[in-house]
Design a protein around this ligand. Structure first.
Ligand code: VNL
Length: 388
């Protein structure tokens, strides 16, 4: 073959690739699909797939393609994957992020590449401040911990010991709970922490028991709740008179059904329960279970589902223009009904505004659920609100 012919063939074969690239909006979805946070990856991946099955894969004339990568919840891996997705795959959006360190490691890439980073799981307040391209559809820990502290004070709990996972979201939960509890007249006896990776709760649980506090306030990340409850029960703490109160990460729908009767009556605060009473949530839970062998959706799943909704609605607003600046502008202020209730993106902080529910673990039709009994509407991240 002549050199010129080869070149022509090569050039022609490139054409459809170029056209395809322009008509396709790629989302790089980075999740922990294996390792300690695998349940979070599984829930979000399933929710993203459900969203596309229900809403189609074309928006504003563009095909939306999701590229899933497993970061095993190791932040250096998250960062490398984010770089590859931006440089090689030319993704228009980075999404997912099972834990705070992964979201943080990606923020400089989002800034440099001007690619929106949609945080669907991680909950440390400061993540949205790490880049103007970060937007969050999950939650912050202070959103749950502050209402939990207020409920505790109003319900006669006077002396509390806290126990959290020793990293970003745990430190936010500890501080926001303790500050509000003290401001309302309560006493914090001790702030205990456990390692985030492979935690053994036994030694801290012993310390907590020794304080003879009225209540133990706990945050552990999604996926660690069952192990915590097991050790809580093994130490006999469920019968010791010290109440257990928590953020809803502990009584996670993903694991709650297997936690046993020891958690019946546990009061906790959070943004989502599979038992949330709305028509939209009922159909969401049913569709999610049907598509995933009966799996119950948890709060991580709605972070993924709503993250997809945010991207789809932003693309509609820009008429399919997926440039980072335009997408970010379109995302600010969007409001919609989620399976968890009404939510919006705060245009000033790019963080989620949502209802927080006070719930009690109860048995319904033989299964454990977080049953909502009080609603604090439209909660903005209290950490950012306090800085203003
Ligand atoms: C984080 C926060 C992760 C809350 C969680 O589960 C959670 C985080 C994996 O920011 O790392 O329930």
């Amino acid at each position: 073959m002549l050199r010129r012919e080869i070149l022509t063939i090569a050039a022609l074969s490139l054409l459809p690739v170029v056209a395809f690239a322009q008509d396709t909006v790629k989302i790089g979805l980075i999740l922990p699909m294996t390792g300690q946070q695998a349940s979070t990856g599984k829930q979000i991946d399933a929710a993203v797939k459900l969203y596309q099955a229900q809403h189609g894969t074309t928006v504003a004339g563009k095909k939306v393609e999701v590229i899933l990568k497993d970061d095993t919840s190791v932040p250096d891996v998250t960062k490398r994957l984010a770089q590859e997705l931006v440089v090689n795959d030319k993704v228009a959006v980075l999404a997912g992020f099972g834990i705070t360190p992964s979201a943080m490691a990606t923020a400089p890439i989002a800034t440099q590449a001007k690619v929106p980073e949609v945080v669907m799981a991680a909950g440390t307040s400061s993540i949205t401040e790490a880049s103007p391209f970060v937007v969050r559809t999950s939650f912050t820990l202070a959103q749950s911990a502050v209402p939990m502290a207020e409920w505790a004070v109003k319900n006669g709990i006077k002396r509390v010991v806290t126990m959290v996972s020793d990293y970003g979201p745990g430190i936010d939960a500890e501080k926001s709970f303790s500050d509000r509890f003290k401001a309302e007249g309560g006493t914090i006896i001790e702030n205990l922490r456990v390692p985030m990776r492979a935690p053994d709760f036994a030694p801290v649980l012993q310390k907590a028991a020794d304080t003879k506090a009225d209540a133990l306030f706990v945050f552990v990340p999604s996926g660690a709740g069952a192990q915590f409850v097991k050790q809580f029960v093994e130490r006999g703490l469920d019968k010791g008179g010290m109440k257990l109160i928590a953020t809803g990460d502990v009584t996670d729908d993903d694991q709650l059904a297997g936690m046993g009767d020891a958690v019946v009556g546990v009061i906790n605060a959070h943004n989502y329960s599979a038992n949330h009473d709305s028509a939209l949530n009922k159909s969401y839970v049913e569709a999610f279970r049907k598509a995933n062998g009966g799996l119950r959706p948890n709060f991580m799943s709605v972070g993924g589902y709503d993250g997809m909704h945010l991207i789809y609605e932003a693309l509609k607003k820009t008429g399919g223009d997926a440039s980072g600046d335009k997408l970010m502008a379109a995302m600010k202020g969007l409001a919609w009904e989620s399976p968890r209730g009404p939510i919006s993106i705060d245009p000033d902080t790019r963080d989620i505004v949502q209802n927080i529910y006070i719930r009690k673990v109860e048995k319904k039709d033989g299964e454990l659920y977080n049953v909502e009994f009080a609603t604090i509407p439209n909660v903005k991240d209290p950490v950012k609100a306090a800085k203003k």
